[in-house]
Design a binder for this molecule. Structure first.
Ligand SMILES: Nc1ncnc2c1ncn2[C@@H]1O[C@H](COP(=O)(O)OP(=O)(O)OP(=O)(O)O)[C@@H](O)[C@H]1O
Ligand SMILES: [Mg+2]
Length: 400
């Protein structure tokens, strides 16, 4: 089963959707690489076509592509080994070459590891154009590198571009869809075409149809996925800077974040001391949360985030090595059930209060006695049911 993102990978630059300006700038940058800068840094959100564009360019110009995924390499030796020699030697097949250093975000700027300085050196030596990709090039560790490269922005794909690609795939794979469902799917992608194509494949590859209800599941799955990654970030780091960004891609609101943390902290942190500190931060965050709710002090939001992320992350002395399956909270469900119970009780109490001319408060207090009657005395229960016109669900509730 071939992934559709591979099967429908753009072959030529003309296949790249919705990034016309970037594509044009890239062509110019590569054409002039000897005159101006040898390196081009493509940056922008995930799934917007950076890597695909580099490949399409090489393919269209019939260039050999030397690719290193920088997120797999650890240090400068590795980068020098992988691309250092390729950058200066002619291609075996006498083709032109292009060097792609993909996903440099994670590289270290520190002297000892020096991944970024190794790249800078490769750029200086290289006889071929170099394409770099990153999501966020504005980190200070890239300041030298930024000067050595032409920066080209890939913007978040709009839903029409996403829609166009999804449609083409549906037609080609004979997947039945209706326009509005596919549109919602394209909107839900938030500009991440890779994600959208993967979702489409998962949903419709076997069934050959795309149904509206599939979308709800997908969006729930995506939300859960991003929440789980966020928890992973918080629990498995000791670095406050990393932890602080954990919720950046999470759509769920502060309430949900609380509940997820509340549910999973005891799964991850098993030492009582760590647990106590983590819950202390959680409760401090809750204090700020209350102030926002009561007084609309929105500036407390950043405190809440810091306490929930960096606070919880630093509650431990050392990382726990076990792999934990983080689970969604059951709390919401419990609250809902409690709420339903409360509603039933209230509905029954209202009926009784009206007929007996008693206050609602007084009647509510007496409901447990009525429950006892329903458990023990069938005849009396029947009489009460008739007298107060209780419906079958209310009777069930009283019997529980
Ligand atoms: N603009 C686009 N036009 C056509 N197809 C695209 C475009 N963007 C993404 N795709 C499709 O999505 C897949 C993933 O895109 P790509 O790997 O280029 O994203 P990226 O920008 O490099 O993301 P990341 O930052 O996560 O590495 C591609 O293989 C291609 O099938
Ligand atoms: Mg990429």
């Amino acid at each position: 089963m071939k992934p559709w993102i591979k099967k429908y990978q753009p072959k030529e630059l003309s296949d790249i959707q919705g990034q016309d300006t970037a594509v044009k700038q890239l062509k110019e940058s590569i054409a002039n690489f000897k005159k101006t800068k040898k390196a081009t840094l493509l940056y922008g959100p995930t799934g917007s076509g950076k890597t695909a564009t580099a490949h399409a360019l090489a393919n269209g110009l019939d260039l050999e592509i030397i690719e290193v995924n920088a997120s797999d390499t650890r240090n400068k030796e590795e980068i020098e080994n992988l691309v250092g020699s390729a950058a200066t030697q002619m291609s075996l097949f006498n083709k032109g070459k292009i060097i792609l250093l993909d996903e440099i975000d994670g590289l270290s700027g520190k002297k000892d590891r020096g991944g970024i300085s190794a790249i800078t050196k490769v750029i200086e030596k290289s006889a071929f154009p170099i394409i770099l990709t990153a999501n966020d090039p504005w980190d200070s560790k890239f300041s030298t590198l930024r000067k050595k490269a032409n920066l080209i922005q890939f913007h978040t794909l709009n839903y029409l571009s996403v829609l166009a690609v999804l449609k083409r795939i549906c037609i080609n794979e004979s997947v039945k869809y209706d326009e509005s469902t596919l549109k919602s799917m394209a909107r839900m992608a938030g500009g991440d075409l890779r994600g959208a194509i993967n979702d489409l494949q998962m949903i419709s590859q076997d069934k050959k149809t795309l149904l509206k209800e599939d979308l709800d599941q997908t969006s729930q799955r995506n939300k859960t996925q991003s929440m789980i990654s966020a928890l992973m970030k918080i629990f498995k780091t000791m670095d406050p800077q990393i932890a602080l960004t954990a919720f950046d891609d999470v759509e769920e609101d502060t309430n949900k974040r609380f509940l997820w943390l509340d549910e999973n902290i005891p799964k991850e942190y098993t030492k009582p001391k760590d647990l106590a500190i983590a819950y202390n931060y959680l409760s401090k965050a809750d204090v700020f949360h209350g102030r926002i709710r009561r007084w609309q002090h929105w500036r407390f939001l950043s405190h809440i985030n810091a306490l929930l992320t960096a606070g919880v992350a630093l509650s431990k002395d050392e990382k726990y090595k076990e792999f934990i399956k983080y689970a969604p909270t059951k709390r919401i469900l419990k609250l809902w059930r409690a709420n339903m119970t409360y509603q039933k009780r209230k509905a029954i109490a209202i009926k009784i209060a009206e007929k007996t001319h008693t206050s609602l408060k007084e009647t509510t207090k007496n409901i447990p006695y009525i429950q006892a009657i329903f458990k023990k005395n069938k005849q009396m229960a029947d009489e009460i049911t008739t007298e107060f016109e209780l419906d079958p669900q209310e009777v069930d509730w009283l019997k529980k």
